[in-house]
Design a protein around this ligand. Structure first.
Ligand SMILES: NC(=O)C1=CN([C@@H]2O[C@H](COP(=O)(O)OP(=O)(O)OC[C@H]3O[C@@H](n4cnc5c(N)ncnc54)[C@H](OP(=O)(O)O)[C@@H]3O)[C@@H](O)[C@H]2O)C=CC1
Ligand SMILES: O=C(O)[C@@H]1CCC=N1
Length: 271
């Protein structure tokens, strides 16, 4: 990314916009290539402006950009996008990370153009995210490579060839960190119920979730194999898993949860 030259407009410098920007800057993107447009400088953006001197504007400047990365809430798209029209050339690339905002909805405002719909997640904040991405037919090989370079600053990028799959990606990895944090919350509460002091239960839960995640990434083994490694025959883990797996309880709950997130992404695209 360090030797690229495209000028980038980042629309929305909130949690995800700033997380992506932080990844670009840490991996060597020249700060003068980026302008962040956001009505305010929030807590996530402030340290990046202070450290790298990134330019911030409250409105889209009267300049041309090669790439616009859209990181505003889906509900803000209709209001925010028209201001971009004058800043984009017909061949400028638009990369949107908004959940449930279709390529068609973006093109309806910005005209037919190369558009990438991407779904990152919040571990991008520490360079440990994963992103699903879809490119419309107007994105050429070079444009896909540019988008891939920007998105991969925060972790691996998985390209899908059907736009509908981005809603499923949202259900698994976009929203997924929240499920894992909730699992840690539940584990800590269960530890308290089992007699542990609250702060100790929380430390045990946090480190268990983090350590298991790290082991899963570093190991060649599947999650199933790693689970079996913990599970002694007729031991304590088996007793707990018998509860979680009874009538496929957790598996069915997870399927419903991911389906609900995917359905909500689909519904957002119609609002
Ligand atoms: N959070 C997550 O885990 C993920 C989020 N996403 C997607 O990322 C997008 C951003 O989410 P997130 O970062 O969490 O949201 P935030 O609310 O943290 O960030 C959005 C930012 O855009 C600003 N904004 C509002 N209106 C405009 C405008 N007209 N022009 C420019 N900026 C504007 C907001 O300002 P103000 O607060 O003043 O309104 C805010 O700073 C969403 O579309 C979401 O679907 C994708 C993957 C994961
Ligand atoms: O909850 C949301 O709508 C956004 C999209 C994926 C994660 N957060």
């Amino acid at each position: 990314m360090a030797d690229a030259h495209e000028r980038i407009l980042l629309l929305g410098g909130g949690n995800m916009g700033a997380a992506l920007l932080g990844g670009w800057l840490e991996t060597g993107l020249e700060p003068s290539r980026v302008v962040v447009v956001d009505p305010k400088v929030g807590d996530a953006l402030r340290p990046l402006i202070d450290r790298y001197g990134v330019r911030h504007e409250t409105n889209v400047p009267d300049e041309a950009f090669d790439i616009a990365l859209l990181a505003v809430k889906p509900q803000m798209m209709g209001e925010a996008l028209p201001a971009l029209r004058a800043a984009l050339e017909p061949e400028s690339l638009v990369v949107s990370i908004a959940a449930g905002t279709s390529v068609a909805a973006i093109e309806a405002i910005l005209g037919e153009r190369p558009v990438v719909r991407a779904m990152p997640n919040t571990p991008a904040l520490i360079g440990r995210g994963i992103t699903g991405a879809f490119a419309n037919a107007r994105v050429e090989v070079a444009g896909r490579a540019v988008a891939d370079g920007l998105l991969s600053a925060s972790g691996p990028v998985e390209w899908v060839e059907s736009e509908a799959l981005i809603d499923a990606v949202t259900g698994v990895s976009g929203s997924g960190p929240a499920y894992v944090f909730y699992l840690a919350e539940c584990l800590a509460k269960a530890g308290e119920a089992a007699g542990l002091p609250a702060d100790l239960a929380m430390r045990l839960a946090r480190h268990t979730v983090a350590g298991a995640g790290e082991l899963m990434i570093r190991s060649e083994d599947t999650p199933e194999k790693l689970r079996r490694n913990v599970t002694s025959p007729n031991g304590t883990t088996q007793a707990a898993l018998d509860v979680l797996m009874a009538a496929d309880g957790l598996a069915l709950l997870m399927r419903r949860a991911v389906g609900a997130a995917r359905d909500r992404a689909e519904a957002l695209s119609k609002e």
